[in-house]
Design a protein around this ligand. Structure first.
Ligand code: ATP
Length: 348
């Protein structure tokens, strides 16, 4: 079941929530809509679901024009951040809800509900009420309820947003396995880049109602289309005045800012061929890696990430001088800086 969005725009009053969106979701893929708050992710998802009508453009689901199709005829399952389970119904009754209102035979409903309880690993919880479940369990029930009516498309709006980090991680791995098992086409909204990277086949990076880039997690991370994407999908050092800081042979001269990921700095105690001297200002233990805050000539502070092993080997002390050598530097053409500059205050 494929989804195609062509030239879809949507305004709320004077506010352009979606601006000429083009997107194709291939059958069987799990796609993440990633972007800062207010970038239009939910509006796009709701438009595909039929909860919003686009002002212009077209939406096709499985090659059928669905732009103005009634929501009930789209064969879509929807899961929201705030598990909208019916409080007065048990887990079993919640899962059965969509089948009940479609007046499916009792025997089939019973069988389907048991299958889904097994799928979400909540056998034995069928007679509980939502208030007797944890947040993660409730969200799994919400998923089972959406899956009960056998949708071909599953849309999830920040499904794990309200859960703590550990449960969130478990559930996202589980969602990935479930997606592969059930052979759905799924689209989910998140503002968490790690979640998008960990789960999705493709990531759609959104900003101010537009799509900045569509690509696999590796593509958007390693070959970002513009400064906005580079900054949004991972940490980055932006060296604005490359002429002043780097022009002494450290890097090829350029008037464009240099974008360097913290783990793309090689750190050494002694100068190497093209290294930059820097003073070590702060050391932070991030768990499996160490973050260094370093001051470059010209008083520019950058961060570098080191493995624990390398950190131990260097035997670093605060205030000492080290030498940085960028392994990889990205630069973007002038016109690609627009999105970054306008969204700058949201991501730095
Ligand atoms: N029904 C509405 N009426 C007016 N403005 C709306 C409506 N729905 C959304 N908006 C506005 O459209 C913009 C995009 O909202 P949307 O919910 O799509 O963003 P989002 O990327 O999902 O953000 P978040 O991560 O915060 O949920 C926001 O500025 C929001 O205030």
């Amino acid at each position: 079941m494929s989804i195609t969005v062509s030239q879809v725009s949507k305004k709320f009053g004077n506010f352009q929530a979606l601006d000429q969106i083009d997107l194709t979701v291939e059958p069987g893929t799990l796609v993440a809509l990633l972007g800062p708050s207010g970038s239009g992710k939910s509006t796009l998802l709701r438009t595909i679901a039929g909860l919003e009508t686009p002002d212009t453009g077209k939406i096709t689901i499985n090659h059928r024009d669905a732009t103005h199709l009634d929501i009930r005829k789209r064969n879509i399952g929807f899961v929201f951040q705030h598990y909208a389970l019916f409080k007065h119904l048990t887990v079993r009754q919640n899962i059965a809800f969509g089948l009940d209102i479609r007046k499916k035979p009792r025997k089939l409903i019973k069988q389907k509900v048991e299958e889904l309880l097994e799928l979400i690993q909540l056998q034995g919880f069928g007679d509980r009420y939502p208030s007797q479940l944890s947040g993660g369990q409730r969200q799994r029930v919400a998923l089972a309820r959406a899956l009960a009516v056998q949708p071909e498309v599953l849309l999830l709006d920040e499904p794990f947003g309200a859960l703590d980090a550990k449960v969130r991680q478990e559930l996202r791995n589980w969602l990935r396995r479930l997606h592969d098992e059930v052979h759905l086409t799924s689209l989910f909204v998140t503002h968490d880049r790690e979640e998008a990277m960990a789960v999705a086949d493709k990531i759609v990076v959104m900003n101010q109602g537009r799509i900045e880039q569509i690509g696999t997690p590796a593509e958007v991370y390693d070959r970002p289309a513009n400064p906005f994407v580079m900054s949004f999908v991972g940490e980055v050092n932006i060296i604005p005045d490359t002429l002043a800081v780097f022009n002494k042979g450290y890097l090829p001269s350029s008037s464009l800012p240099a974008f360097i990921r913290p783990h793309d700095f090689e750190v050494n105690n002694l100068p190497t061929k093209n290294s930059i001297p820097a003073t070590l200002k702060r050391i932070t233990h991030l768990g499996w890696e160490i973050q260094l805050e370093l001051v470059l000539p010209g008083d520019l502070t950058v961060t570098a990430h080191l493995s624990r092993e390398k950190f131990t080997q260097l035997d670093l002390e605060l205030g000492q001088e080290v030498y940085l050598q960028p392994r990889q530097v990205q630069r973007f053409e002038e016109e690609q800086h627009h999105a970054y500059l306008t969204a700058n205050n949201q991501i730095l």
